[in-house]
Design a protein around this ligand. Structure first.
Ligand SMILES: Cc1cc2nc3c(=O)[nH]c(=O)nc-3n(C[C@H](O)[C@H](O)[C@H](O)COP(=O)(O)O)c2cc1C
Length: 221
């Protein structure tokens, strides 16, 4: 399934592909479950296969979300650090083009008050930021892997991190929905609007397709 999609993407002229390795979990008792290397096996085998299909690892990106809470994917802090240290090192060794670290579940940033909190046993150290924790495994002299980040960033923070050499690229998701003029706002230095409709407004479904997707006001002409 993955390889077919990758081959179709290549045929369609894509520059590369991103494997979304976040927000999903299942219980495995075979060679793909249990130990850290077993749990990382699927992603790494997949990266190896699609790298060949696309023409090289430099065309492959991998999105990870170490602190995720979705779909039973939440793990303890110690397990998270051990697993993602292993996985990131293995991906950088393979020279993938980029790794996206998504901070979902870390409860920091511009939408913090809208995030869900983590239960006892799965708490993170106060202010914990997986990008700052793992970024150095990706961005170091000689590394060929680019660090892209997302989840809860404003422009000022992202610019500061780029200037400090801590990240290479930023993705923006939800603010694009509640700022229909987001690009103009960035260009003109107009602050992002605040989402005042609650943390789950983005995912619908609602009675009309536009509700909470296409009905936010613009601040710029
Ligand atoms: C409408 C919508 C659907 C999304 N669907 C998924 C998804 O299926 N899986 C996933 O891992 N992330 C999903 N995301 C999260 C984004 O991929 C991205 O990680 C996040 O929106 C970036 O952070 P930001 O919204 O704070 O800028 C979705 C985001 C939005 C706004």
């Amino acid at each position: 399934m993955y390889r077919r999609s990758v081959l179709l993407a290549k045929k369609a002229g894509f520059d590369g592909i991103e494997l979304s390795c976040s927000g999903h979990a299942n219980k495995r008792t075979d060679a793909y479950g249990g130990s850290v290397d077993n749990r990382c096996r699927f992603i790494l085998e997949l990266v190896d296969k699609v790298s060949k299909d696309f023409g090289g690892p430099e065309f492959i990106g991998v999105k990870i979300c170490p602190t995720d809470t979705l779909n039973d994917s939440m793990v303890t802090f110690d397990e998270m650090q051990e697993t993602y240290t292993y996985l990131i090192k293995a991906l950088v060794d393979r020279k993938v083009g980029f790794i996206t670290i998504c901070r979902r579940g870390a409860d920091i940033g511009i939408e913090t008050e809208l995030s869900s909190s983590r239960p006892e046993g799965f708490l993170l150290p106060p202010g914990y930021d997986p990008v700052l924790d793992f970024g150095g495994l990706i961005k170091f002299p000689g590394s060929t892997t680019v660090l892209m980040v997302n989840q809860d960033y404003g422009i000022e923070k992202a610019n500061q991190l780029v200037k400090e050499g801590k990240i290479d690229l930023l993705q923006i998701g939800r603010p694009f929905i509640y700022n229909p003029d987001l690009v103009t706002r960035i260009r003109k230095g107009v602050p992002f609007a605040k989402n005042d409709r609650g943390g789950s407004v983005y995912y619908g479904p609602y009675r009309t397709p536009d509700k909470n997707y296409n009905d936010w006001p613009s601040a710029t002409a």
